[in-house]
Design a protein around this ligand. Structure first.
Ligand code: PLP
Length: 473
């Protein structure tokens, strides 16, 4: 019997529910198809106007129109001007539409030279489990409440000591703010500076990943900053270009530039600090992988030269694992209160038990022990990269190896960087061109950013052997 839509309230043939997690449009389309196939909506039956159906079901009219359009395209409905939308002849016998074809995803490479990832297999599980348990066992009842948004006082004390001892920072507990990694720390700092009127922000070029996607550039845009890029050469960030850019704030990676691996020279360090002092500028120092330094004397943080001009952001993402999400900011005293307010508004503080666990890990000496082990491990892996390239692709020059776990492979002139990356992907080897880190995306000179942190020594050798023929013209 034909279904009557006229009159109030019309029968609802389609049950659209909001508590199932299934998109409303999919529910409506599926419900109408089922009703047609089951004969509840026979051929020729007129459907309510999109406006009426939208009203009945509490949906937007546009959604109903899209749905009708889709079912017309599939042959279930016909739309005739003047007579509305009707069930098409023979619609009940239509086969169900094929399941949507999944968007092709690139297979993840078998051997991946992605940079920025530490050796996740070496995460000190036992030590972290001990520290979390200890933190839980010993935490005072009162410390389970909301705490100081700047972070657990004990961790701030430990971090201030660590930064002074290992990184030659000039700081104390009251100038340390605990945050959720560099991602949050840099955002809070840029927001604090923007509120104080410092909105012209310079980023290094090449910089931390695709400029459209990097955390720093997204954060700078979010705080309403005006973004500029300042070139990096063999001595680090070009301070003359920075001065000429008119920027008020610069985000830099002085200890091991990301991604070129250049260490900011002493001359440039002093020039950068002088720029900040002379122009009332501020430096955001990303001290992300300085724990792993191999063949140069340790370089302290810039903050040690100008604690009133430099915000240093540290993280355990490289030293432990990114999932821990704990970092810290060494804050110029004049901004300590404003930054604490931003942190309070952002999340009321980083999870307290994790903070205590980190404090215990450092105090117990387990953190230093882990770092010593990792330094030896990365040093071995770095040697594996150097040896594999020397053996299989001697024309490739490597730089940026003084610290961390990535380097830059300079390919001979004439090698087509995007082609190398694409062909390597076909061989299931993940390679990453410098073009992805340059503000203008230039593919010359051809270079690769080779990460070796999260790869076994054998995988390094095998990966390089697999792509070696691509690396020479
Ligand atoms: C240059 C640079 N800085 C900092 C970080 C760490 O960020 P987060 O502490 O938010 O994990 C990374 C991670 O890949 C990075 O590449």
């Amino acid at each position: 019997m034909p279904v009557q839509w006229a009159g109030l309230p019309p029968p609802l043939l389609v049950d659209v529910r909001r508590d199932t997690g299934v998109p409303l449009r999919a529910q409506l389309e599926g419900g109408l198809r089922d009703a047609i196939r089951a004969g509840r909506l026979p051929a020729g039956e007129r459907l309510p106007s999109s406006r009426d159906l939208a009203r009945q079901l509490g949906l937007s009219r546009g959604l109903v129109q899209e749905c009708y359009g889709q079912l017309q395209a599939e042959g279930y409905l016909t739309g005739v001007v003047g007579s509305g939308t009707r069930v098409a002849a023979g619609a009940a016998t239509l086969a169900p539409p094929p399941p949507p074809t999944p968007t092709p995803t690139r297979p993840s490479p078998r051997i991946d030279f992605a940079s920025g990832v530490p050796d996740l297999t070496a995460f000190p599980r036992e030590d972290w489990a001990w520290a979390v348990r200890e933190a839980c066992r010993t935490v005072a009842v009162a410390d389970l409440d909301y705490g100081d948004p700047r972070g657990d006082p004990r961790l701030r004390e430990v971090l201030a000591g660590y930064a002074g001892r290992v990184r030659a920072a000039v700081t104390d507990r009251d100038r340390v703010l605990v945050c959720s990694g560099f991602a949050q720390g840099s955002t809070l700092v840029l927001r604090t500076l923007a509120r104080a009127g410092y909105r012209r922000i310079a980023l290094e070029d090449p910089g931390n990943g695709d400029p459209a996607r990097s955390a720093s550039s997204r954060a700078a845009q979010r705080v309403g900053g005006e973004l500029q890029h300042v070139p990096v050469d063999g001595h680090g960030v070009d301070v003359d270009a920075l001065a000429a850019s008119g920027a008020q704030v610069v985000v830099v990676t002085p200890a091991h530039q990301s991604p070129t691996g250049v260490v900011l020279t002493a001359e440039r360090r002093h020039a950068l600090v002088a720029w900040a002092r002379e122009t009332d500028g501020f430096i955001v120092e990303d001290d992300y992988d300085s724990e792993f330094r191999y063949d140069r004397d340790p370089v302290g943080v810039l903050q040690g030269l100008a604690p009133e001009r430099v915000f240093t952001v540290g993280t355990v993402s490289k030293s432990l694992a990114p999932t821990i999400r704990v970092g810290w900011v060494l804050v110029p005293p004049a901004f300590a209160a404003a930054l604490a307010e931003e942190k309070l508004l952002a999340d009321r503080g980083t999870p307290g038990l994790d903070q205590r666990a980190l404090a215990l890990l450092v105090e117990s000496g387990r953190f230093d022990r882990h770092l010593r082990r990792m330094r030896a491990r990365y040093a071995r892996r770095r040697t594996a990269v150097v040896e594999a390239l020397a053996r299989h692709a001697p024309a490739v020059r490597l730089t940026g190896l003084a610290a961390g776990f990535h380097a830059v492979a300079h390919l001979p002139d004439g090698v087509d960087e995007p082609r190398v990356v694409a062909e390597a992907a076909r061989r299931e080897v993940g390679l990453y061109g410098m073009s992805g880190f340059r503000a203008d995306g230039a593919t010359t000179p051809p270079q690769l950013v080779l990460g070796f942190g999260n790869l076994g020594d054998r995988a390094v050798a095998e990966g390089i052997a697999t792509v070696a023929d691509l690396l020479t013209p």
